[in-house]
Design a protein around this ligand. Structure first.
Ligand SMILES: Cc1ncc(COP(=O)(O)O)c(C=O)c1O
Length: 403
């Protein structure tokens, strides 16, 4: 018998890195269990009451009374799941209502709900950009965008993060008659920086490209109606496709694409990650639709979230931490750590202080950085933000990140 090649041997370097990290005595930062969730901003972790600062629950909708009531009612009326694809037995009244809420929210003609945002990117990118077409994307794009490219047959061209000139240069090199899709994000979730969409969309259009913007991290609070960075920069009418998720501001799970393209509906028949998977449970679409409708009137909460973001950014900077952006640009504030080991130590020190943030490391992060990513919530009180800063100071001194 031939000797079997262990298919897992490719993971050896990662296994070793993980073992080395755990050998330092640090708690595994990637296996935390939330034992009880009390509110959008507080949970019990390791038996300790912990402020949540790493949930992307920007608008705090997970415990909204109307959202919860809608979910319970749908569970009672429609059961626990659809057990089917959207194109067979998996489209219920609630899926349609959810799509109607999205069309109204974005003031667009079409909306398609997917089971996750990941699948929305996977499906839309791989389906609309085919053989002979080009996808031009920011090098710091989310994994779901890269995976959408990998699943499709288009040529992939990456350009330097947020660099308008680099985008223009790449576009000009492509055959003028070829189909082109420029893929951008409103907010880049690793550093919390926003894209210069106005200029990028201008050069895309000048060079005959369609534009897709992933607004996963801006929905609900950036832009006058919470439609995202494209709205805030006055260019939403020039965007061909907006991708979004229900797993952040909407407070549940699911993904979507909205568009004014007149032929958009055909995607329901040809988009494999839409067709070949089960649809979202009725309770989920009911909570999503209710949440989206409430987000249309969320301007007070938006203002408070911006306040929180500004206070935390300034406070962390004053304490001596190195941050991912000069100014707060979104509800994400990234604290740059010297390396993975010190980052994990700081993460653990924060957890011991009763503060949860996300530890992010390469390859998910740009430029090999280790980051402590903080995402603020409109439900964080001003007192909680003050307390968060105090915990950062104590943990930062203990982990020797600040002096
Ligand atoms: C930019 C971006 N797009 C898409 C997704 C995927 O969203 P979902 O959690 O709904 O799969 C994420 C989630 O992390 C994201 O950050």
């Amino acid at each position: 018998m031939e000797k079997m090649t262990d298919l897992f041997s490719k993971f050896d370097p990662l296994i070793q890195q993980r073992e080395d990290l755990l050998a330092t005595g640090v708690t595994d930062p990637f296996s935390l269990v939330m034992e009880k969730v009390i509110s959008p901003t507080v949970a019990i972790c390791n038996g300790r009451e912990t402020i949540l600062l790493g949930t992307y629950n920007y608008m705090g909708m997970t415990f909204d009374d109307d959202v919860i009531a809608a979910g319970k009612e749908a569970l009672d009326r429609f059961g626990s799941g659809t057990t089917g694809s959207r194109v067979l037995n998996g489209t219920y009244q609630g899926h349609r209502e959810c799509e109607d809420a999205l069309k109204e929210f974005y003031a667009m003609d079409h909306a398609m709900v997917f089971s996750t945002g990941y699948q929305a990117n996977l499906g839309i990118i791989s389906t609309i950009a085919g053989k002979g077409d080009y996808v031009i994307l920011d090098i710091d794009s989310h994994a779901s965008i890269y995976d959408g490219c990998a699943m499709g047959n288009a040529e992939i061209v990456a350009f330097r993060h947020n660099d308008v000139e680099a985008l223009e240069k790449r576009l000009k090199r492509l055959p003028p008659e070829a189909g082109k899709l420029v893929v951008l994000e409103g907010v880049y979730s690793m550093l919390g920086d926003i894209a210069p969409l106005k200029e990028m969309i201008r050069v895309s259009k000048e060079n005959g490209a369609m534009v897709l913007v992933d607004e996963a991290h801006s929905m609900g609070f950036i832009g006058e109606h919470g439609r995202g960075v494209a709205e805030a920069q006055g260019v939403i009418d020039d965007v061909d496709f907006i991708i979004g998720t229900f797993s952040k501001s909407v407070g549940t799970v699911g993904g979507f694409c909205v568009s004014n393209h007149p032929k958009f509906e055909i995607l329901r028949l040809v988009c494999r990650p839409y067709v070949f998977t089960a649809s979202l449970p009725p309770s989920v679409v009911a909570t999503a639709a209710t949440s989206i409708r409430k987000l249309m009137h969320g301007s007070n909460k938006r203002a408070h979230l911006w306040e929180n973001s500004k206070t935390l950014h300034k406070g962390l900077r004053d304490l001596g931490f190195t941050l991912g952006t000069e100014e707060p640009q979104s509800a994400i504030i990234a604290v740059i750590m010297p390396d993975l080991e010190r980052g994990a130590m700081m993460w653990e020190a924060l957890l011991e202080e009763g503060l949860y943030v996300n530890l992010a490391r390469p390859p998910a992060t740009p430029a090999g950085m280790t980051l402590l990513r903080c995402s603020l919530c409109a439900e964080h009180s001003s007192e909680q933000v003050t307390e968060i800063l105090a915990r950062f100071e104590r943990a930062g001194k203990r982990a020797r990140i600040i002096g």
